[in-house]
Design a protein around this ligand. Structure first.
Ligand code: PBG
Length: 340
């Protein structure tokens, strides 16, 4: 097949007006693509997060209000992360198994008020609950013990499912946890609870602002003993393959923009729903550059989200979900000329 030659061929002809560009656009971002993560804390008032201007920690009551706003805008699901008071943290993260902990109370409040009109995704990992900030229990030195951690994660997933979580999302990167969690859920008659596996989660410096947000910034060491090495791609394919076999309903690639190649490879190799996480550091970079007057916030945010979709993501976790959904709904094309 030949694509012809200039001057018979002029690709700019199809780019001349808004309608012409819309007519042939391959990728469209809709509100159904956006998942809003929320930080919930025990306080009544919302509090700012220094490294994520515009994002706040909310009370349970505020989360319910914000979630109903998300739902009304067409956002299909929200993801919850708890800010656990320091006095409830310990070496084993035992507060994670308390069926009346902050996150379980939040899930129950959401389900009571909003029913099945919006999906609730609950994180399965111990880092908000441990004094050392790791996603599991530490054995002897500074290594996270895989199998002991998996046992605890199964219990945590059960507690979350029991509280009403629609999707449990193991973000810890322990080996074998998806299969173990699936088994535990099924045995407790939670076979309808979905598992979103953070299958290809990289040991990334872009998680910094998140750790500040949940109060886990005092992490001892790093997470390279369980999260993936940024230099690797084939390993991500093995991780995803294993998680599919173990019963994952969806897989996550994380972070987002620095890992577009991984999203594309996973999309091409497997027939499974692929999610991308535009993480805290990605949000912070765009926000900070925009606040400094170096970038247009909405344009660069929209361009990043479209890039994640174009790479093959079925849905995107983004701190900008709500405001982006508002933008899409208002069809403010003058602000985001390529948004449709
Ligand atoms: C921890 C978890 C992290 C994020 C989601 N779940 C941080 C980490 O692995 O240290 C990061 C999300 C973000 O940066 O927005 N289980």
């Amino acid at each position: 097949m030949t694509y012809g030659k200039y001057p018979q061929v002029r690709l700019r002809r199809a780019r001349q007006s808004v309608w012409a560009r819309r007519m042939v656009a391959e990728t469209e971002l809709t509100t159904a693509d956006l998942i809003q993560p929320f930080f919930v804390h025990e306080k009544k008032e919302a509090s700012d997060i220094r490294s994520m201007p515009g994002i706040k920690r909310y009370s349970i009551a505020q989360i319910v209000l914000m979630a109903s706003r998300c739902r009304d805008l067409g956002i299909p699901a929200i993801a919850l992360f708890p800010v656990v008071p320091a006095n409830l943290k310990d070496e084993e993260g035992s507060e994670a198994l308390n069926s009346n902990n902050l996150i379980c109370r939040t899930i129950r409040a959401l389900k009571k008020n909003l029913g099945d009109t919006i999906g609730v995704i609950a994180d399965v990992a111990l880092d908000p609950y441990t004094t050392h900030g790791h996603d599991g229990v530490i054995n002897g030195g500074d290594k996270v013990h895989n199998d002991k951690t998996v046992d605890i994660l199964c219990k945590q997933a059960l507690v979350l499912a029991e509280a009403g979580a629609d999707i449990v999302a193991p973000s810890d990167m322990m080996d074998g946890r998806v299969g173990a969690i699936r088994k535990a859920l099924d045995a407790a008659r939670h076979s309808d609870t979905q598992i979103l596996s953070y299958a290809a989660k990289y040991a990334s410096s872009f998680y910094g602002p998140f750790r500040e947000a949940v109060g886990a910034a005092n992490l001892k060491g790093d997470k390279q003993g369980y999260q993936m090495d940024p230099r690797n791609t084939d390993e991500a394919i093995r991780e995803v393959a294993l998680d599919i076999e173990e019963g994952a309903d969806m897989v996550m690639v994380k972070p987002g923009l620095p890992y577009l190649d991984i999203i594309r490879r996973v999309r091409d190799e497997f027939k499974i729903h692929v999610l991308a996480y535009q993480v805290s550091g990605e949000y912070a970079m765009i926000r900070a550059a925009a606040d400094a007057g170096y970038l247009d916030y909405h344009q660069s945010m929209m361009e990043s989200l479209i890039a994640l979709k174009r790479a093959g993501a079925n849905a995107i976790f983004t701190y900008a979900a709500l405001e982006t959904a508002e933008l899409i709904r208002a069809k403010r094309v003058e602000e985001c000329s390529f948004s449709g």
